[in-house]
Structure formats: C-alpha cells, structure tokens
Design a binder for this molecule. Structure first.
Ligand code: HEC
Ligand code: HEC
Ligand code: HEC
Ligand code: HEC
Ligand code: HEC
Ligand code: HEC
Length: 319
C-alpha cells in the first residue's frame, strides 16, 4: 500500500518504477496471476477478495494463500502481518513459540527495516534457474525460502527443497500440485548452525520453535510420549484411519521424505509421508483464523457435511 491505495501491478510502468516486493506481487483486482508480455507474476495480495479455495479460475488463490484477509477482511489473525500490507499484529507481539527475539523478523514482519516484510521469509533469486524437478540451492531454493542473510549462517548452503507447480497451484488437483520436502528426524530449530533437513517444517519452526520442539512429552529426545500439540513432521501411520489417505488432496497436503520422480504424484503413502505445518496453514493468509486452510470451526463439526474439513482428509473415519 502507498498512502492507503494499492500500487497497481497491472502496467509496465509499475514494473519499471517500483522495486518493492509488494508493488509487483499485488493486484487491485482479483486476478492472481498477472501477465505482462511473456512474464507471469504470481500475486499474493489482491485488494478484492480472491476465490478460496482455488478452483482454477483466474481469481483463484495461490498455494501460499493471500494477504487479502489479514489486510482487508478478517484482521490480524488471518495472516502474517507484513510490511507494506498491514501494521503490527495487535494481539501477537512476537511469533508464537519463538525462543529468540531479533525484532525485525522474530517479533514482527511488519517493520520498515530492509530485512522485514516479505524478505523476513524470502531470499529472492528471481534470475536463478529453477528448471530442476526438485528445486534446491541452484534454483534459489523452493519459492526462494533460503537461509536468511540476516541470520549469520551461510545463505547459499541451506534452504527449503521442493517441487514447484508451474501455476503456483492456481488450479490444484491430485495430479497437479507442489511437492513439499519433509523430514521425520527430530530436527533442531532452523537450518544453521543446526542439522539442516531442507524441510518446509523446519523453516516455519525457525520462528515458531515450540510448535515442533514442545509438541510431545518425551522431547527433546524423541516423540514417543503423549502429544502436547498436533504432531508435525511425523510420519502418517499406515494403520487405522490414516491408511485411507492414499490419493493426494491439495486441501491437506503431505510432505515427502524423497521427492525425486514425484512431480505431480497422485499418491500419498501412509507409512512414509508426513504431516507438516503447511498441511494445515497458508503462510500468507486465508479466510480463516490462524491462517488455517479450511473453516475449522464450521466445517469440522458433527452434523454438517465434512467435505471441506481438511482434518478428515487424514482422520478419515472421524468424518
Ligand atoms: C519487477 C517485479 C518484481 C519485483 C519487484 C519482485 N518480484 Fe518476485 N516475482 C516476479 C515475477 C515476474 C515472478 C515470477 C517469475 C520468477 O519466478 O522469477 C516472481 C516470483 C517470485 C516468487 C516465487 C518464486 C517461485 O519459485 O515461483 C517469490 C517468492 C517472489 N517473487 C518474492 C519476491 C520478493 C520477496 C520480492 C521483494 C524483495 C520480489 N519478489 C520482488 C516479479 C517481481
Ligand atoms: C521470519 C519469522 C517467521 C517465519 C519463518 C514464520 N512465521 Fe509465523 N509468525 C511470525 C510472527 C512475527 C507472527 C506474529 C505476528 C503476525 O501474525 O504477523 C507469526 C504468526 C503466525 C501465526 C498466527 C497467525 C496470527 O496472525 O494470529 C501462524 C498460524 C503462523 N505464524 C504460522 C506459520 C507457518 C505455518 C510458517 C511456515 C510456513 C510460519 N508461520 C513461518 C513469524 C514467522
Ligand atoms: C511467514 C513467511 C512468509 C512471508 C512473510 C511471505 N511469504 Fe511468500 N511464501 C511463503 C511460503 C512458505 C511459500 C510457499 C507456499 C506453498 O508452496 O505452499 C510462499 C510462496 C510465495 C510465492 C509463490 C506463490 C504462492 O502463493 O505459492 C510468492 C510470489 C510469494 N510467496 C511472495 C511473497 C511476497 C511478495 C511477500 C510479502 C508481501 C511474501 N511472500 C511474504 C512464506 C512467506
Ligand atoms: C530477515 C529476517 C530475520 C532476521 C533479521 C533474523 N532472523 Fe532469525 N530466523 C529467520 C528465519 C526465516 C528463520 C527460520 C529459517 C532459517 O533458519 O533461516 C530464523 C531462525 C532463527 C533461529 C532458530 C530458531 C530458534 O528459535 O532457535 C534463531 C536462534 C534465530 N533465528 C536467531 C536470530 C537472531 C539472534 C537474530 C538477530 C541477530 C535473528 N535471528 C534475526 C529470520 C530472521
Ligand atoms: C494438523 C493441523 C496443524 C498442523 C500440522 C500445524 N498446525 Fe498450527 N494450528 C492448527 C490449529 C487448528 C490452530 C488453531 C487452534 C489452536 O491454537 O490449537 C493452530 C495454531 C497455530 C498458531 C497460532 C498460535 C497462537 O498462539 O495464536 C501458530 C503460530 C501455529 N499454529 C504454527 C504452526 C507451526 C509452525 C506448525 C508446524 C511445526 C504447525 N502450526 C502445524 C493446526 C495445525
Ligand atoms: C496431513 C494429515 C493430518 C491432518 C490434515 C490432520 N492430522 Fe491430526 N494427526 C495426524 C497424524 C499423522 C497424527 C499422529 C498419529 C500417531 O502417530 O499417533 C495425528 C494425530 C492427531 C490427534 C491425536 C493426538 C494424540 O494424542 O494421539 C488429534 C486429536 C488430531 N490429530 C486432530 C486433528 C485435527 C483437529 C485436525 C484438523 C485441524 C487434524 N488432526 C489434521 C495427521 C493429520
């Protein structure tokens, strides 16, 4: 936003003159992929409500969700509050579960520092060659989720690996979707100086440590005890209700411990695949509190159709 009005990403001039992330990646209308000549720009902030969940229309929300709801509709709980889009979260003064405080990213992503906002999570590499099936360091990491230079680590060495669906899941289906890398190693927080797993879960946990490190009563050693929080980065058992989740459902995606050859794989493998943060949350925001991927308070109840409740994708017999 500039002086309360959206920077229009719809014209070539905007592209030339505006070098902020939000300027290029927002749109005053509902289209979520803006085409300028041969370039397609993925939109993460629409000023008018995009379609959710994605149905394949031009207004369908992309995989990371959209900042529309945190900025224009629901409020602070409906997305990450980031610079250029919304002010500091009125309720949360730091990332829930954080064990460290280095303000610009760990307390808030809404500050005007050059390391805050979009760059708190993304380390842009627009000209990297991301044509490999599994995008890693060479491609600027999966969706530019690299080790942040502000972190004293080694920016080129650690990041998130994944398979990038060409249309950013504007039209997701069981045979057309991103591929998320995961690990069932009871990993340490962030990539550096700890053991890097290159997983999407470890990326979130860098700022939300306790959501993984205090999720089980037997931690830090292992996860054999009682669950304190919902398990994340644990294998989906090939047993009871879980064994029924065998066809990939982009509403409640899984992470895989090996991605090679798995581009657009329709197969979910209980006993091998994992539940992770992104199975339930959209990092940019969603129409629901806690940026959940589905309407937990209304769709997951007894007595209503549970088709839209992602919990039941894995907990199939509770449907
Ligand atoms: C001049 C316009 C422009 C600016 C400024 C810009 N981007 Fe982009 N961005 C694009 C285009 C076009 C793409 C799609 C092509 C590509 O991936 O390079 C893209 C892609 C992306 C992607 C998705 C990458 C993928 O793997 O699909 C991310 C994440 C991203 N940009 C983040 C940022 C951040 C963070 C900033 C600010 C530091 C930023 N962009 C600034 C135009 C821009
Ligand atoms: C760079 C640090 C950082 C990373 C990485 C990060 N978060 Fe956050 N997160 C925050 C901060 C700061 C807040 C509190 C302020 C806000 O909501 O913007 C927050 C809030 C949240 C909330 C509460 C929403 C709300 O506003 O009430 C959820 C849910 C969440 N994050 C999930 C995630 C998930 C899932 C990931 C990984 C895809 C992730 N976060 C990665 C910093 C981070
Ligand atoms: C809390 C961390 C976080 C913040 C802050 C954040 N992103 Fe993202 N972004 C992600 C993650 C994680 C993904 C991958 C989502 C997926 O594939 O499911 C992503 C994906 C994207 C994509 C690819 C399209 C999509 O929806 O998958 C673009 C473009 C992008 N981000 C741009 C931005 C811009 C611009 C900003 C600032 C306005 C921003 N991001 C802020 C974590 C973040
Ligand atoms: C530009 C945003 C940014 C800044 C500034 C930043 N961090 Fe981080 N931090 C992250 C992200 C993103 C992660 C998770 C992914 C990773 O490892 O890069 C993380 C993870 C961490 C972790 C691991 C998680 C934990 O709680 O143990 C520590 C420790 C940490 N940061 C400390 C710091 C310290 C100390 C500073 C100040 C010198 C700092 N960070 C500044 C973005 C930032
Ligand atoms: C099985 C689904 C699921 C998974 C997996 C999951 N979450 Fe959540 N998360 C939720 C639900 C539901 C809520 C809101 C209700 C609650 O607080 O329990 C929530 C709330 C949150 C909040 C907000 C807490 C607050 O105090 O406002 C944060 C932050 C968060 N999750 C981060 C994460 C991170 C990071 C991961 C991965 C390590 C993760 N979640 C994995 C379902 C999930
Ligand atoms: C991507 C798959 C997936 C999704 C989506 C999912 N879960 Fe789970 N859930 C799991 C796995 C895996 C376990 C751990 C099973 C084990 O090892 O015992 C689990 C465990 C649980 C447990 C039992 C913890 C215990 O004490 O044993 C509850 C309760 C639960 N989930 C509720 C939910 C709710 C509520 C949602 C929706 C917000 C949800 N789950 C979404 C995979 C999922």
């Amino acid at each position: 936003m500039q002086n309360g009005s959206l920077v229009n990403a719809g014209g070539p001039q905007a592209t030339l003159l505006n070098d902020s992330c939000v300027g290029c990646h927002s749109n005053s209308g509902t289209e979520t992929i803006v085409t300028l000549g041969s370039t397609s720009i993925p939109i993460v902030f629409n000023a008018s409500e995009p379609t959710y969940p994605a149905t394949g229309t031009a207004s369908s929300t992309l995989a990371g969700g959209n900042f529309y709801w945190v900025a224009q509709a629901g409020g602070d709980a409906y997305g990450h509050n980031v610079y250029g889009i919304s002010g500091q979260d009125g309720t949360l003064s730091a990332a829930p579960g954080a064990s460290t405080a280095c303000a610009t990213c760990h307390n808030s992503l809404a500050g005007s520092e050059s390391t805050s906002g979009c760059k708190g999570c993304h380390v842009p590499a627009h000209h990297a060659d991301d044509s490999a099936e599994v995008v890693g360091a060479t491609g600027g990491w999966y969706r530019f989720l690299g080790e942040n230079p502000a972190m004293m680590g080694s920016p080129d060495v650690y990041g998130v690996k994944g398979i990038e669906e060409d249309n950013w899941e504007q039209n997701p289906a069981s045979d057309s979707h991103n591929g998320y890398f995961g690990s069932s190693t009871v990993y340490a927080k962030c990539f550096w100086p700890y053991l890097p797993t290159y997983s999407i879960g470890q990326f979130c946990v860098g700022c939300h440590g306790n959501f993984h490190h205090e999720m089980n009563s037997a931690q830090p050693g292992d996860v054999s005890g009682a669950w304190i929080r919902h398990p994340s980065d644990v294998i989906i058992p090939n047993a009871i209700e879980y064994a029924n989740y065998t066809v990939y459902n982009p509403l409640a995606p899984v992470a895989k411990t090996a991605l090679a050859g798995k581009k657009n794989s329709t197969v979910v493998e209980p006993g091998a695949d994992l539940v992770t943060c992104i199975s339930c949350h959209r990092p940019h925001g969603s129409p629901y509190p806690d940026m959940l991927r589905w309407d937990y308070s209304n769709s997951c109840k007894v007595g209503v159709s549970n088709a839209d409740c992602g919990c039941f994708v894995c907990h199939s017999t509770k449907d």
